[in-house]
Ligand binder design. Sequence first.
Ligand SMILES: [Zn+2]
Length: 317
Amino acid sequence: MAEKKRLTPTERTKKRLKVTYILLFSLLIVSFIGMGVFYKDRASGNSCAENVVDNRIDNREEKPVIDEKTVIDKKPISKPKPKPVSRPKPKPIAKKNKIVFVIDDCGLSLENLKLFLKIKGKVTFAIMPQRRFSLKTDEILYKNGQEIILHQPMEPLNASINPGAGAIYYDSSYDYIYKTMDVNLKTVPHAIGINNHMGSKATSNLNTMKIVCSYLKGRNMFFLDSRTSADSVVREAANMVGLDSLVRNAIFLDNQRDRESILNAINSGLQTSKRDGYAIMIGHLVSQELAKIMIEIYPKLENSYEICDLKTLLGDN
Ligand SMILES: [Zn+2]
C-alpha cells in the first residue's frame, strides 16, 4: 500500500489556491456558456418568434380561405356543366377565297331563266339590251335581289357575226356610244355595271373603250371585261378615266355543255380562286345543265368559298 504523503503548510496553501483557480475558471466557462445561450435566444427570439406566430396566424387564416375557394371552385367543375350556349367560342376569322358566277345572255328566254332562279345564293346576271325579255328579266331578277349588269354587245373580230341590237363597234363615235348606251340601259334599268358580249375587236380600241368607260363613270357604274380577246384594253381605259373595273380571270364554264366539262371548268375556276383570292366564272343562260350543277354545288361551295357578286368583289379592291 502506498503511504499517503504529508504536505507541508506551503504546499497545502498552493494546492488550495490551485483548486480555487480551477473552480473559478470552471464557473467562468459555465457563465460564458450560459450567457451565450441566453443572448442567442434573445437575438433570434425577437424576429423568429414573431414570424412563428405570424406564420401560425397566416396558416390559420389562409389555409381555410384557400380550402374554401378550392371547394367553391371545384364544386361546379365536378358537376357536369351544361355547355355554354349563350357564350360560344369566337370562331377563327378565316378569310375565304371569293367566287362570282356570272350568267351571260339573259333577256333571250324567260324559260331558261327559271332554273337559274332556283339557285340559293348570289349570282350576277348579265342582261342583253333591247331584246324581247330584257325588261321583264330585269324586273324578275331585281325582285329576286340578284345583281344585274348590262351585257353590252360589242363588235367581234369575225365580221360575219352580228353582235346584235345596241352594239358598239370598233370605230363608234362618242355621240353614238352615249346614245346607244342610254337606250340600252333603259331596257335594263337595274344594271349597276356592264360586261361585254363578244367584242374581241371593239375592246382592243383604246379610244372607243375610253369613251365607254367615261360614260359608265358618269353613271357610277363598273365594267367587267369578259376578256374575249387577249388584246383587250378595257382595264387600261378604265384606269385612265378612274372607272372601277374587273377582268374575268377564269375559263368560261360552258364552252362544252355536258355535265363533266362544266364540272371540270368549275374546278378550274376554284383553282383560280385559290391562286388569285377570287375567280370570276362566266356561263350562259342557255346552259340548263350549268343551272342544275349550280343548284347542287352552291351549298357545298359555301363551306370553303365566299360566293359573292361583282360589287362585293370591287369593295375588296
Ligand atoms: Zn354574251
